[in-house]
Ligand binder design. Structure first.
Ligand SMILES: C[S@@+](CC[C@H](N)C(=O)[O-])C[C@H]1O[C@@H](n2cnc3c(N)ncnc32)[C@H](O)[C@@H]1O
Ligand SMILES: [Zn+2]
Length: 286
């Protein structure tokens, strides 16, 4: 293995600098193929390049599974969600500066990589509980690192280390968003709107119409919204894309035989609405 392929090189120094030991909270350093604190707590950097900071088991059913991750990677690779990635990238271009973008629930790192392309001085950290997804995220961009973590636990990161936090269809921990964001930093939350994938009907879960309201309530203690845009398109989905978008989401586990049969039988393309809301928040100052 030459040095360019060494897994620790997938964990940029600036990312390590922002991380903390998940056992004692101390700063960590890279040491060969581990990340460790001065007390000797040590976390392996996997050969695929992500570091696993978790020291507890996570509830079954939380992380995306291998088939879900494969479907997500294939689906995103088609470019149909590119308009959403472009909105996030534009925000990164104007706000990330030379700071760190933390993508909370980053999955395969698709959005983080587009943002880093647009913000040439920034670094990125993909946090996700799915090591399978992070195998891809660790390779998604040379300025991105990836760490396995459960977002519901206090994050293994220092205070004020991020210039932006992204949260794209993933769990939201407002307190931790607030703690890791530097003063003036931005939180960017993407959610599906009610019209998203409407034509797919019961093949995908219904979008909760009150999601916006719930989102606002869950963040209001720490953040105030400064803007909201909707990104809506009609896109032709091949039968393969329809199957991928179903298989990458939570519905895949709950599909009845009848719905699975309908999905498998699809043979012609469908016009499908994709619709997202992107909300930008700033921390409430005391
Ligand atoms: C719908 S996917 C979105 C992934 C990515 N943001 C994207 O849009 O491609 C939700 C992601 O959240 C992750 N996730 C779910 N619960 C989590 C938790 N408690 N902690 C960390 N990640 C979690 C899943 O593993 C999955 O990658
Ligand atoms: Zn430690």
């Amino acid at each position: 293995m030459n040095s360019a392929e060494h897994p620790r090189d997938r964990l940029p120094h600036r990312v390590v600098h922002a991380l903390r030991c998940s056992v004692c909270g101390a700063q960590v350093k890279r040491a060969d193929t581990t990340v460790r604190c001065h007390q000797g707590h040590s976390f392996d950097i996997a050969k695929q390049g992500y570091v696993n900071l978790l020291h507890a088991r996570i509830p079954a059913g939380t992380a995306d599974t291998a088939p879900m991750v494969a479907a997500r990677a294939a689906f995103l690779g088609s470019g149909v969600y590119r308009p959403l990635a472009d909105v996030l990238a534009r925000l990164a271009a104007t706000h990330a500066g030379d700071g760190l973008i933390v993508d909370a629930g980053a999955g395969t790192g698709y959005y983080l990589a587009r943002a880093l392309d647009a913000a040439p001085k920034a670094a990125g950290l993909a946090l996700d509980v799915s090591a399978l997804a992070l195998r891809r995220a660790a390779r998604a961009h040379e300025r991105a690192g990836a760490a396995v973590w459960n977002l519901w636990e206090p994050w293994p990161m220092g205070d004020d280390v991020a210039s932006m936090v992204f949260n794209v269809f993933a769990p939201r921990n407002a307190e931790q968003f607030h703690r890791v964001l530097a003063p003036g930093g931005l939180l960017v939350v993407a959610t599906p709107t009610a019209g998203h994938l409407r034509e797919l009907g019961d093949l995908v879960l219904d979008v909760d119409e009150r999601k916006d309201e719930r989102l606002a309530r869950s963040l209001s203690e720490y953040f105030t919204r400064t803007s909201r845009v909707e990104v809506t398109n009609r896109v032709e989905f091949s039968p393969e894309l329809v199957r991928e978008v179903v298989d990458m989401g939570p519905t895949a586990h709950h599909l009845t035989d009848d719905r699975r049969a309908r999905l498998e039988a699809l043979s012609s393309p469908l016009d499908v609405t994709t619709s997202f809301a992107v909300s930008v928040y700033r921390a409430v100052t005391a």
